[in-house]
Design a protein around this ligand. Structure first.
Ligand SMILES: *Cc1c(COP(=O)(O)O)cnc(C)c1O
Length: 370
C-alpha cells in the first residue's frame, strides 16, 4: 500500500466532475486573469475567514509582501518574526529594505515565544508577524497585548492554518492583515500558486489591491508604482469548488492526528505534537520530535514511507542570514527543534490502512512492539 506524503490526486478524484466543469467554464469564458470567479472567491473567502475584505494575490509570499507595503514598511524598519517558519515570512521583510528580527519559539507549540518579544523590540520596530505554524495558532493574547502597548502592527501568517482557532476565535481575525497561501499542498490548495490577504480595514484593503495591480485599482489608473500579483481565473474557479469542503477536510485532519497521537503515545523516545489549551489545531503538518530523527527517517524511507523535515534549518541559521552571525545559543529552542523534527504524512484522504503502515514503520524503527 503506497503512502504518499501528500496525495493531491486523491482530493482531485473526490471532486473531479466539479473541478473539470469549473476549468472548462473558465476556458469557455477566457477569464484567465481576474474575472468573475476571482471576485466571487474573494467574497466567499472573506466571509469564511470573518474579514470584511479579501485581496487575492499570485501566491502567499506575495500576499505577505503586499500586506507590508499597505502598512507602510520602509527601509530601516524592523519587524519581529519567529525563528522557526518558512522563509517567506522573513524574506518579504527584507524585500522592503527592512530587517526581520528573529525571536525564539516556545518549546511546546513551536510558535513565537511571546515572553521573548519585548526584549527584541527597538525604536525601529514597527510590527510583529506571528506564524500559526504547522496549523496551530500562535499565542495571540500576549502578542496582541504587546502590539497594542508598543503601537506595533500585526500581520498574521496564516499560510498553514486555515480555520485554526485561538480561544474560540478564528486565526486571521486578530491582526491588521492576515496572509494566506493556497499552494497545492496547503490545507486549502489550488492547482498552482495562489494566495490572499484578508483585512477588515477599507483603507488597507484598497492599498493592497492597488499595489498588487500595478498601482491602480482600475486599469490604466496608476496612482503609484505597484507590482503584478494576481490570482488567475482557473485557480479561483478551482478554489471555489474546494472551499465548501474545507471544514470537513479540517475535521478529517484532526481525526488522523488524534489517531497518530493514540497509536504513537506509548513510544517514550517520540514526542507527538502538543495542541496547547484553547487552540484548535488544524494539522497542516503532523510533526513529531525524537533524538533519533535521522535514523527514523532512513528506516521509514527504506520501507517506502515518505517523511519531510519542516524545516531542516531554522531561519537564523540559514546561509541567507549568515551575516547576522547567530549561534545556537541565540535561539536554543529553534536550534534543538531543527535536529529533532520529522513530519509524517497527513491529509484528509489518508486511509486508516495507510496510516497503519506509517505507524508500523515508526514502531519497527524505534524497536517497539506492535
Ligand atoms: C507556504 C507558506 C508561505 C507562502 O506561501 P506560497 O504560497 O508558497 O508563496 C508563507 N508562510 C508560511 C509559513 C508558509 O508555510
Amino acid at each position: 500500500m503506497p503512502v504518499p506524503f501528500v496525495d493531491l490526486y486523491a482530493q482531485y478524484s473526490s471532486l473531479k466532475d466539479e473541478i473539470d466543469a469549473a476549468i472548462a467554464r473558465t476556458i469557455a469564458n477566457s477569464s484567465f486573469v481576474r474575472g468573475p470567479d476571482v471576485e466571487a472567491f474573494e467574497a466567499e473567502y472573506a466571509e469564511l475567514m470573518q474579514a470584511k475584505h479579501c485581496v487575492s494575490a499570485a501566491n502567499g509570499t506575495d500576499s505577505l509582501y503586499i500586506a507590508m507595503h499597505a502598512l507602510g514598511l520602509k527601509p530601516g524598519d524592523e519587524v519581529i518574526v519567529p525563528a522557526q517558519t518558512w522563509i517567506s515570512t522573513s524574506e518579504t521583510v527584507g524585500q522592503h529594505g527592512a530587517k526581520a528580527v528573529f525571536v525564539d519559539i516556545d518549546p511546546t507549540t513551536s510558535t513565537i515565544d511571546p515572553n521573548l518579544i519585548e526584549e527584541a523590540i527597538t525604536d525601529r520596530t514597527v510590527g510583529i508577524i506571528p506564524v500559526h505554524l504547522y496549523g496551530q495558532a500562535a499565542d495571540m493574547d500576549p502578542i496582541m497585548e504587546i502590539a497594542k502597548r508598543r503601537a506595533l502592527w500585526v500581520i498574521e501568517d496564516c499560510a498553514q492554518a486555515h480555520l485554526a482557532t485561538y480561544r474560540g476565535q478564528q486565526v486571521g481575525t486578530f491582526g491588521e492583515i492576515s496572509s494566506w497561501s493556497f499552494y497545492p499542498g496547503k490545507n486549502l490548495g489550488a492547482m498552482g500558486d495562489a494566495g490572499a490577504a484578508t483585512t477588515s480595514s477599507d483603507d488597507l484593503a484598497r492599498k493592497m489591491a492597488r499595489f498588487a495591480r500595478h498601482g491602480g485599482i482600475n486599469k490604466g489608473d496608476h496612482e503609484i508604482e505597484g507590482i503584478n500579483s494576481r490570482l488567475d481565473g482557473l485557480q479561483a474557479a478551482i478554489l471555489r469548488v474546494k472551499l465548501p469542503h474545507l471544514a470537513d477536510w479540517t475535521e478529517r485532519r484532526r481525526a488522523v492526528a488524534a489517531r497518530y497521537d493514540r497509536l504513537l503515545a506509548d513510544i517514550p523516545s517520540i514526542t507527538t505534537p502538543t495542541a496547547a489549551d484553547g487552540r484548535g489545531h488544524v494539522y497542516h503538518l503532523y510533526v513529531i520530535e525524537t533524538d533519533e530523527r535521522d535514523a527514523l527517517q532512513s528506516a521509514l524511507k527504506a520501507r517506502g514511507v515518505p517523511t519531510v523535515i519542516n524545516y531542516r534549518r531554522a531561519l537564523p541559521f540559514l546561509p541567507a542570514y549568515a551575516d547576522r552571525g547567530h549561534t545556537a545559543d541565540d535561539f536554543p529552542v529553534a536550534h534543538r527543534l531543527q535536529e529533532r523534527i520529522l513530519s509524517l504524512p497527513i491529509y484528509a484522504e489518508l486511509s486508516e490502512a495507510q496510516q497503519d503502515e506509517v505507524v508500523a514503520g515508526v514502531r519497527d524503527a524505534m524497536n517497539v512492539e506492535k
